[in-house]
Design a protein around this ligand. Structure first.
Ligand code: PEP
Ligand code: MG
Length: 315
């Protein structure tokens, strides 16, 4: 897609034949959410990484302080979809107040929702703050937990959200969730696939290691297969499944994801127009053809090429 086409593109996003696609922004604070609303065509927030607000905090921020921050993001998108992720501390994102112990293998250690087990107040205070921000702004956010691995975690998280009238979801970052998504979908209202971590855990390759970038490539068919299976489970249960990892920002891969049946894509707001323009240049059938082609590929490079062919052919 040409640069002028991208610059001229206006949302809401849809394929050339009119299939609607929800494009959302990844943000880390109120300023980021306002920038997305003002400078991009993102229709809402698909991933608010709350832990990034508190990287320098020595102590747990009060419920009141948290409420203020969450309300700022909700206010940037009044009456629009905002997905707030609960603290994803641990591994590459240490939070001083989370009492993280030294671990040999932090990416596989106590991170994300696992923190709540030894430290339940962190989660309940955060959910209280989100519920208060929702009341204050009149915008009812969706709330999701990172790093969920078991159905029990999904069930307990969903119950804590529902007690506070919040719509619960979970991230799909652990392969165990992707291969058995329907069991988790019995408890939550939506799924959001984090392809960065899903690739890391599927390929057993550290996402922080530049030397392993070929392994954590989201075009790896093993990763794409899990995304496709998760999307199918969502469609079977009638619940939305989004993608909020870097994969969503790659215009060709975005088309493949839509072909799998993914319902929303969330990305850095600067990537929205490029993805929107690419989607506008293809039909849903082309996306489905590309989706089928990547699953038939043996490796990432073949998958890329096959998608390019499917997306450039004129039906
Ligand atoms: C992901 O893992 O793909 C994701 C979106 O979460 P983060 O990058 O914050 O780990
Ligand atoms: Mg992640």
């Amino acid at each position: 897609v040409r640069r002028e086409t991208i610059r001229a593109w206006r949302g809401p996003a849809r394929t050339a034949d009119g299939h609607d696609v929800q494009l959302l922004a990844n943000v880390q604070d109120g300023a980021g959410a306002r920038a997305a609303a003002e400078k991009s065509q993102a229709e809402g927030v698909g991933l608010f990484r709350t832990e990034l607000c508190f990287l320098s905090a020595d102590t747990e921020p009060t419920v009141d302080r948290q409420r203020e921050i969450y309300a700022e993001v909700l206010t940037a998108y009044p009456d629009r979809k905002v997905v707030i992720r609960t603290l994803d501390a641990g591994s590459d994102k240490p939070l001083k107040f989370a009492n993280l112990e030294h671990e040999e293998n932090p990416a596989m250690g106590v991170r994300g929702i696992r923190l709540a087990t030894g430290n339940p107040g962190l989660l309940t205070h955060q959910l209280d703050a989100i519920a208060e921000a929702a009341r204050e702004t009149g915008n009812q956010p969706w709330v999701m937990a990172p790093m969920v691995a078991t159905v029990d975690e999904a069930r307990d998280f969903a119950a804590a959200c529902r007690e506070r009238n919040l719509v619960p979801g979970i991230m799909v970052e652990v392969p165990a969730v992707a291969v058995r998504a329907r069991f988790y979908l019995e408890h939550v209202g939506f799924l959001s696939i984090g392809t960065n971590d899903l690739a890391q855990y599927t390929m057993a390759a550290d996402r922080m290691s530049p030397r392993l970038a070929a392994f954590t490539d989201p075009w790896q068919p093993g990763v794409l297969q899990l995304v496709a299976d998760t999307a199918r489970a969502g469609a079977d249960s009638g619940k939305p499944v989004g993608v909020c990892g870097e994969a969503a920002a790659d215009p060709q891969l975005a088309c493949v994801l839509i072909g799998f049946g993914i319902t929303s894509l969330s990305m850095a707001h600067g990537a929205v127009a490029g993805v929107g323009a690419q989607l506008a240049s293809v039909t849903l059938d082309q996306c489905r053809e590309a989706a089928e082609a990547v699953l038939a590929a043996a490796d990432a490079q073949t998958a890329r090429k096959a998608a390019r062919v499917a997306l450039s052919s004129f039906a």
